[in-house]
Design a binder for this molecule. Structure first.
Ligand SMILES: Nc1ncnc2c1ncn2[C@@H]1O[C@H](COP(=O)(O)OP(=O)(O)OP(=O)(O)O)[C@@H](O)[C@H]1O
Ligand SMILES: [Mg+2]
Length: 462
């Protein structure tokens, strides 16, 4: 039986609502006034709170803030007098689930209550499901709004079930490791290990023993026999990060391991058969290194049976805001509403060049979430370098010409239409001086659709 906390400072309303909800089978705790409700919120757990907004001395908005802090998962429905919709919208922004205007129709009230309870149940179940899936790298967790990133996801799905060696190329922070983990997670090796080694982090002798293992006494400090990563990952995947830093001597040995599917520990005299899939990543162009004699061409061809190239973030700007929202969600503790991005911040994020790519964006959002005020991320809480970004004035409309049309580089029609649609929505919103209801009305779409199509219009619901 769902437990409902009912708050009003008017005894007659409290009594009527209480009778009504009890008749529906709910367990109701009536609280006469905000002060009383505070005690209940702090000491008990409820499935729903139904509260009047206008009460003295503690009003509904204050209670909402308290719930936000203390019981973020508790859905709240606000009751408001007819004509004070502004306050109700304010309440939605503060995270209330919905509001009902007084005088209300009984049916409407009961439907809203049922919906809020269902919604809460779905969220709780979803959280449980997410927790079960744990840290698995599902493609759903890879933000891919741009065509370039969608192609990468397609590749992941295609190559994951094979045993082919894959070379993942991309600048620092573009998501190479994420892609490698997704390939592993989608392969038949997923129950086995995914072991990563950073070839730039270890000096030559250590890298060699880390990869291939060693026998006791084979070098100073080799106190016992030790298996290397290639052995330890048996049946699974080895991820060689920054492969360009692999010393030439190890490149030769590694090539042999790949060809023979056998590994010999340092100081050992026995070849151990292995079944390991190799994924490698690089942020430098290996072909250039081959030209300079710093990377073996034969190893390059072994490793890059299938190359996957991840573009820098500045070349796939459609991904910027979806990634920002993704990280906002990731950074928000479970059950709490995610902070919203100030529209100006959305423009700044889109205009910034992101030399550190997705990782830099992730860090910027973390920074923003840490310093956000009133759950809002404004320009001044971004890292200073990003906050200083100049945002160009919006281009005059009608200038849709595509300069130097290169069919290879053209956006998909869907992506183009989506970006144009967004531009138009932003314009109408600004014509309506930011009044979203007004804008939605002129556009003849619902408010919810406006928020969905233009998430940067700070959404009241999370
Ligand atoms: N498309 C994406 N969707 C969601 N998260 C992403 C995406 N791309 C990158 N990330 C996240 O950004 C961060 C950096 O990604 P990752 O470590 O995979 O990059 P990298 O290319 O290996 O970087 P480096 O070259 O610095 O090692 C990680 O937290 C990763 O989960
Ligand atoms: Mg990496």
């Amino acid at each position: 039986m769902a437990k409902i906390l009912l708050v009003d400072d008017e005894p007659s309303i409290l009594s009527v609502l209480s009778t009504l909800l009890k008749a529906e089978g709910y367990e109701v705790t009536p609280a006469l006034g905000g002060e009383k409700a505070k005690e209940f919120i702090e000491s008990e757990n409820y499935d729903l709170m139904l509260s009047d907004i206008r009460m003295v001395p503690v009003n509904g908005m204050e209670l909402l803030r308290l719930v936000h802090r203390e019981k973020p998962a508790l859905p709240v429905i606000m009751l408001t007098a007819y004509g004070s919709v502004e306050t109700a919208i304010e309440a939605l922004k503060l995270g209330a689930y919905d509001y009902i205007t007084k005088p209300f129709k009984v049916d409407e009230l009961l439907i809203t209550v049922r919906r809020a309870l269902e919604h809460n149940k779905a969220i709780t179940e979803n959280e449980e499901l997410k927790a079960q899936l744990g840290a698995r790298y599902h493609l759903e967790n890879i933000v891919a709004e741009s065509q370039a990133m969608q192609n990468v996801c397609e590749m992941i799905k295609k190559v994951a079930p094979t045993n082919a060696a894959i070379l993942i190329q991309g600048d620092s922070g573009t998501g190479k490791e994420l892609v490698a983990k997704a390939i592993h997670a989608y392969s038949h090796r997923k129950e086995k290990r995914f072991l990563a080694v950073n070839c730039a982090a270890l000096p030559e002798p250590l890298l060699e023993s880390e990869m291939f293992g060693h026998m006791k006494g084979s070098f100073t400090g080799a106190a016992a026999n030790k298996e290397g990563l290639m052995e330890a990952a048996e049946g699974g995947t080895v991820f060689l990060d920054e492969i360009s830093s692999m010393p030439l001597a190890i490149q030769g040995k590694f090539l042999r391991v790949l060809q023979e599917k056998e590994v010999r520990r340092v100081g050992g005299n026995r070849d151990i058969p292995i079944d390991v899939r190799v994924l490698a990543a690089t942020n430098t162009n290996l072909e250039t290194l081959i030209g300079e004699g710093r990377f073996r061409e034969d190893l390059f061809y072994r490793l890059s049976v299938i190359p996957i190239v991840i573009k820098p973030l500045c070349e796939r700007t459609e991904d910027i805001l979806p990634l920002a929202y993704h990280f906002l969600q990731v950074e928000t503790p479970q059950g709490k509403p995610s902070p919203v991005l100030d529209p100006e911040v959305a423009a700044v994020l889109e205009a910034y060049a992101w030399p550190g790519n997705v990782r830099e964006l992730e860090n910027a959002i973390k920074h923003g979430v840490t310093f956000a005020r009133d759950n809002k991320i404004t320009r001044d809480v971004l890292p200073p370098k990003i906050a200083a970004t100049q945002v160009a004035a919006p281009a005059p409309t009608g200038g849709d010409k595509v300069e130097k049309l290169d069919p290879e580089k053209a956006k998909s029609l869907k992506a183009f239409l989506r970006s144009k649609e967004k531009e138009y929505l932003k314009q109408v919103l600004s014509m309506a001086s930011g009044d979203k209801e007004k804008a939605a009305k002129s556009l003849k779409i619902s408010l919810a659709t406006l928020y969905r199509k233009l998430p940067e219009a700070d959404s009241p619901k999370v």
